[in-house]
Design a protein around this ligand. Structure first.
Ligand code: SAH
Ligand code: SF4
Ligand code: F3S
Length: 495
């Protein structure tokens, strides 16, 4: 871990990619703010600009690099006296010093394992050093950290593990995030307890594959379940090691976390989505974890066994459906979501139809779909990328429209119901106020999420600040993307 003296000036972080990068940006913000720097509202106001980039698809890399170009252009407009600029995240980790070749004007590069060095890096660059780079993987066997948040927050991301050992054939993440390592249960529970003491009421436990949390940590506290019975096969933590259901139960029962209201997690792999984890979704009186949100993101990637096999996913559709059926049996209101890749090498129209059939069968609330993008160094990059760009796009659009019809039906089914939401901020949809004939002087539209992870736009008639509040709201309308709700007058505020 590096050290840096107190610092001044303003920084701006532009984040691309998944929640892992979002959580990392929050950590960068907290680290720089701790040193005395201020967060700028816009890149134009900053003396330090950081791009936290994603490499999961080629398009993502282009986005980060074109953003870099436009920041450099902004600096040129300021006569070269503008901010120093750095690139971090998965882009920094993967491309390292090559980034200086591509963009010689870039001042610094850092990776996913060197975020804590950021104040030191910025200090060195501000003192005139150029091309400062910290992008090695941390080679130590253990993973220990403390979550850092900036300001008051009701919701926080908590990294519980890092890396990925799954090596799906298309995926670059194992190369940008390194080998799997888990924090200990004791450390995570104490960490969440300190967040709860700061006002956090909802945590999302983060990892590329949280189901395999605990692999390599010995279960010295003899927590239950001692061993996992995976639906598909014996992978992930073994008997005598810590595991993810133990962590959920430890968080749910630790008195220091009593004020925590919701526990979420992402992301999961079907291969080690165990019976014991499914059992955590049961009602508390039936042995479930009381504060586990009724939501699951379980990426399936394709509805075709042939494609799944080529993707190196090591499971089939029948076993995936069996997992979801068991989950719904225990928790009928669970909201489910998934990731799909269309146009993987050799994917036929018949394979694609099987994916649509799976969407019909499982009725996801949300599907995140992507066109396959060949990534250098992955096993799939050696297969012929034989589905044309236009067919990939057609399939992607078709799938998204198909899913919209499913989601809209599910969402409309919620109209008239009362649901609890955590308000996460003001909505971009302030225009909803005019439409509803409410006094725009006092009313505001807020956005929040239900326990099952549906986005709710809430019209509040009063000017009070609802940020971070848990509210019971009545659903008044629905689209395929979100629910609309109105706060009733005199409504009880739960938190
Ligand atoms: N660890 C997470 C996913 C990380 S990447 C998990 O397994 O759930 C997020 C999603 O990006 C993946 O689920 C996959 O759907 C998509 N993805 C990954 N590599 C891709 C590629 N080469 N082309 C297109 N989509 C990809
Ligand atoms: Fe990538 Fe597969 Fe690991 Fe997810 S589980 S990060 S898709 S290699
Ligand atoms: Fe992208 Fe890295 Fe996440 S490659 S998807 S930001 S782990």
């Amino acid at each position: 871990m590096g050290s840096a003296p107190p610092m001044s000036g303003k920084f701006f972080i532009k984040t691309f990619g998944c929640q892992m990068n979002v959580a990392d940006s929050e950590r960068m913000t907290a680290l720089l703010a701790d040193k005395g720097m201020e967060q700028a509202q816009a890149a134009e106001d900053a003396s330090v600009i950081i791009i936290n980039g994603c490499t999961v698809r080629e398009k993502a890399v282009h986005k980060a690099l074109s953003q870099l170009g436009s920041y450099n252009f902004m600096r040129k407009r300021k006569g070269g006296k503008g901010p120093v600029i750095g690139v971090g995240g998965c882009v920094g980790q993967l491309d390292k010093e090559n980034l200086f070749k591509r963009a010689p004007y870039l001042d610094f590069v850092f990776g996913t394992d060197t975020i804590d060095n950021l104040p030191e890096i910025v200090h060195r660059v501000e003192n005139g050093e150029r091309h400062v780079i910290y992008a090695d993987f941390d080679k130590s066997m253990d993973y220990s950290t403390e979550t850092k948040i900036h300001g008051l927050k009701a919701q926080a991301f908590v990294n519980i593990m890092k890396g990925c050992d799954k090596y799906c054939t298309y995926c670059i993440v194992p190369f940008t995030r390194g080998k799997e390592k888990s924090r200990t249960i004791d450390e995570v529970v104490s960490d969440v307890a300190q967040l709860v003491a700061k006002g956090v009421r909802e945590v999302t436990l983060l990892g590329q594959n949280v189901n395999s949390f605990g692999k390599g940590n010995s279960n010295t506290a003899n927590r239950e379940p001692a061993e996992l019975n995976n639906v598909i096969g014996k992978v992930g933590p073994r008997a005598g090691e810590e595991n993810f259901p133990q962590l959920l139960r430890a968080l749910d029962t630790d008195p220091r976390c009593a004020e925590l209201k919701r526990i979420r997690f992402t992301s999961s792999h079907p291969l080690d989505f165990s019976d014991e984890l499914i059992a955590c979704y049961a009602k508390p009186e039936n042995g479930g974890v009381a504060r586990l949100s009724p939501h699951l993101h379980l990426p399936v990637q394709s509805g075709s066994d042939a494609v799944l096999q080529k993707m190196g996913r090591h499971h089939n559709i029948e076993s995936y459906i069996a997992q979801m059926d068991r989950l719904r049996e225990l928790c009928p209101d669970v909201g489910i979501s998934t990731d799909i890749i269309v146009g993987f090498p050799t994917e036929t129209e018949e394979d694609f139809q099987q994916t649509l059939k799976l969407l019909d069968r499982l009725q996801y609330d949300n599907v995140y779909a992507f066109a396959y993008s060949s990534r250098p160094g992955t096993r799939a990059s050696k297969m012929q990328d034989d589905v044309s760009a236009s067919v990939k796009n057609e399939r992607l659009n078709h799938l998204l429209q198909y899913q919209n019809v499913i989601a809209e039906k599910l969402y409309v089914g919620r109209v008239g119901k009362v649901m609890e939401i955590l308000v996460e901020g003001e909505s971009k949809n302030q225009h909803m106020i005019d439409k509803n004939g409410i006094d725009p002087q006092t009313a505001r539209v807020w956005t929040g999420k239900t326990g099952c992870n549906r986005v709710v736009n809430l019209i509040s008639r009063s000017p009070r600040n609802l940020l971070g509040k848990f509210l019971d709201v009545k659903i008044t309308a629905a689209t395929c993307l979100s629910l609309h709700a109105e706060e009733s007058l005199g409504q009880e505020i739960l938190e």
